[in-house]
Design a protein around this ligand. Structure first.
Ligand code: IPM
Ligand code: MN
Length: 363
């Protein structure tokens, strides 16, 4: 059956890493005899300047008719971003509306560093040990991101409010997704919370513990978010398995986990709702290196693997891509951010060379 994939390349390095993702998508499509139609549409800061809206109506229409969406990072250099009025900034007027539109409440952010790539990490090899394999699951459409906002400026700078609200159903549905993932992987689940201070933290913990009763086969534990931040640096391997986080805490700790990997270029992600989802690298648009063919496309190619796995339930296709990605690094190839003085020149990869290698391993 023909599937439609909307492609929002975004800004900065978006188009060049997306091109590599699409190369891989095409290679897999051919190998496994799928039928995909790819439709490009503008999204992000560039779309604001060209169309007056970072999430134009025609892009919404393309996304509405698509079965899944591939999204690149958004954002331009500071001088350009400063020319965008607050209410049209891509975070507020494009990314959050995209999440809301498709109710993408589950955000998968895998943190994988096999032992042989321990040198990528700023942490000592003993800390990486046998390897890191954490599936972070962040709630993506609730909490303070989507609560009512009272802006200081409008109230003469006297105060401002970000309402943080979670309903029983909102916590329950993402908790189910996280326990289901733990069951599929046969791994423990760590629930992150701030129950010692926040009402929403106590509520979150209570609901997740209620859901845990339905999964007696899954080893469960909970941890305060501040302690989790500390422990992620001291001994990240204790979290191997699934980690469940609310929206804001998940935003922060997933970036910290990217630090363990040594580069946000190694952070693909999938944002999944009841009907459809989108996949995206969890990093920014790096305008300073845009157009130089030196960005690491791993996050985007990994996001395409996620598209097969989480949007279409096609695990073989996804595994084929993951294997190719790790094979490239396993053969000693390095994208520029991982180059050290001992890296042989012929092992240094440009953005497009990385994509080509992945494709040659797949086909
Ligand atoms: C992320 C980003 C977004 C977030 C921003 C760009 C709105 O940091 O996806 O992690 O805060 O969720
Ligand atoms: Mn973030």
């Amino acid at each position: 059956m023909k599937k439609i994939i909307a492609v929002l390349e975004g800004d900065g390095i978006g188009p060049e890493i997306t091109a590599e993702g699409i190369k891989v998508l095409n290679a897999i499509t051919k190998k496994y005899h799928h039928d995909f139609d790819v439709v490009y549409a503008p999204f992000g800061a560039g779309a604001f300047f060209s169309e007056g809206d970072p999430f134009p109506n025609r892009t919404k229409e393309v996304c509405d008719t698509a079965d899944a969406i591939i999204k690149g990072p958004v954002g331009l250099a500071v001088e350009q971003m400063d020319r965008i009025p607050q209410e049209k900034r891509p975070e507020i007027a494009a990314i959050l509306p995209l999440r809301r539109r498709y109710n993408t409440f589950i955000n998968y952010r895998p943190v994988r560093l096999p032992k042989i790539l321990a040198s990528f990490s700023p942490l000592r090899p003993q800390v990486i040990g046998a390897g890191i394999d954490i599936m972070m699951i962040r709630e993506l459409v609730g909490g303070s991101y989507f609560g009512e906002k009272t802006e200081g400026q409008l109230t003469r700078m006297e105060y401002s409010i970000d309402e943080c609200k979670y309903s029983n159903e909102e916590v329950r549905q993402v908790a189910h997704a996280a326990f289901d993932e733990a069951r599929r992987r046969k791994v423990p689940l760590t629930n992150v919370h701030k129950a010692n201070v926040l009402a929403t933290g106590r509520f979150w913990k209570a609901i997740v513990e209620d859901v845990a009763k339905e999964y007696p086969d899954i080893e469960y534990r909970s941890i305060l978010v501040d302690n989790a931040a500390f422990q992620l640096m001291i001994n990240p391997r204790q979290f191997n398995g699934v980690m469940l986080l609310e929206n804001m805490q998940g935003d922060i700790l997933t970036d910290q986990a990217g630090g363990i990997l040594g580069s946000l270029g190694l952070m693909p992600s999938a944002c999944i709702g009841p009907e459809k989802g989108y996949v995206e690298p969890a990093h920014g648009s790096a305008p300073d290196i845009a157009g130089k063919n030196c960005a690491n496309p791993y996050s985007m190619i990994g996001s395409v693997a996620f598209l097969f796995d989480k949007c279409f339930g096609l695990q073989d296709e996804a595994n084929d891509i993951w294997n190719a990605l790790f094979t490239v690094f396993g053969q000693g190839y390095r994208t520029v951010e991982f180059v050290v003085p001992s890296t042989p020149k012929n092992k240094i990869l440009s953005t497009s060379a990385f994509g080509n290698l992945v494709v040659s391993i797949i086909t």
